[in-house]
Design a protein around this ligand. Sequence first.
Ligand code: ADP
Length: 166
Amino acid sequence: MTRTALYPGSFDPVTYGHLDIIARAAQLFDRLVLAVGAHHEKKALLAMDVRLKVLEEAVRPLTERTSCEITLAKFSCLTVEAARRAGACAIVRGLRDGSDFDYEVRMAQMNAALAHDVETIFLAASPSSRMIASSLVKQIARMGGDISQFVPMEAAEAIRAAQAET
Ligand code: ADP
């Protein structure tokens, strides 16, 4: 049986923290769908198509070496609906700290109430990338800081281009 997981997020932009979760989830599932969506409380810096393109480029090295089939999708529906459409039995989320935990567990419980057949799987952030947050990376970039240790090159370039326009 093919096991598919959905990893949903804003990916505005993808960071090395996201890539760590993606690589680890790829070891657990046969198929992994990276679902790029909009967060109801966050205004994205990068356009949807840019986020998808940057994510696609950033995961390419992994897709070339893993047996997991990694695909990308955009979604604007409920996460559980996106999971169902992808044929996913699980939603993957990353946990960095207590505030992630509080928010994520509440979300997981709401999603479980909406869809009993979709399980949320939490992966604890790796120590080396645990502090990385897309929002902080964008803030550092805006102040002229070096973000190369937090995001892949294509993401850093996309941030720079988007911030130059605003
Ligand atoms: P969302 O807007 O849905 O929270 P994000 O792109 O910010 O989307 O995050 C998607 C998922 O990735 C969330 O579960 C988040 O906790 C997780 N995540 C974000 N940054 C990291 C990181 N540095 N390490 C591990 N998980 C992370």
